[in-house]
Design a protein around this ligand. Sequence first.
Ligand code: ADP
Ligand code: MG
Length: 308
Amino acid sequence: MSENIKNISDTASDVPFIKVENLSYSYENDGVPSEPALRDISLEIREGEYVAVLGHNGSGKSTFAKLLNMILTTDKGKIIIDGTEITSSSMTDDDMFEVRRKVGMVFQNPDNQLVATIVEEDVAFGPENLGLPRDEIRKRVYSSLDMVGMRDYSKHAPHKLSGGQKQRVAIAGIIAMRPRCIIFDESTAMLDPLGRKEVMSIIKRLNRDEGITVIQITHYMEEAAMADRVIIINDGTIAADSTPRDIFSRVDFLKSVGLEAPQGTELIWELRKDGFDLPDNCVTDEECIAALSELFEKTLKGKKDEQA
Ligand code: ADP
Ligand code: MG
């Protein structure tokens, strides 16, 4: 088994941290509700899980994320976070703030998330709002910057950083609030390959080493392959909810919901259609390369035996 595919039971607990029941949501256009963006979604996410959410554009992924973070609210269905129902109208501003502290969100565009003119002030913004003592704020700012490898930039101006560095500062700002869960809504989409790699390695570390529940919305299949679990949202409903291995080996199904399998899996799937003897469960690049090398060697040996 590749080290990227870990057993779900490694870090996740059995207690659902997020429980969603029959959740629906419609945006309104001049007071008129439009076609539902989410229809009757039910699921549970356990503390410590790493969940990737996939779906073609407009399928409802961001709407789902915003409901979990209370950027949007609805009375159609239930959302229970850490035992507290958040769809009830009885919530105070303090309750809402507490939900956002527990479930942090990192967005797509790093430029829209940084508010201060100096990196360390930006990271301090959240903890300051929590009303923490100065010493504690300092401690949190530096430990969060350490965690994302940006401590050396603490006195820098955020606007002079690269996209990946900005996104790492945005993540530090969320970590400084000590969240139990972080939702990344296409947080790597605007980054160059290096920036993406850096942010992905931080996301993995936050889940594995800090036990933070991760919900990562992405359109990069290689990123989703890192998760314990993949949820596919298609036209506002859950079309699949399984392990990356199971989902990525269903190439026909992926195509039917407007998605593509990882490149290697797709290549093997095409070759299998042409009658080549290859396994149907290769997901990571390493597995695909191993399967193709084996086939190549077998074919070569066959040719040699023929000639002999
Ligand atoms: P995704 O993140 O998967 O691309 P979204 O959750 O952003 O999808 O959108 C789901 C649906 O809701 C789409 O049909 C989209 O056009 C619609 N939608 C999203 N945001 C708004 C909005 N602010 N007002 C009206 N409709 C919206
Ligand atoms: Mg979106």
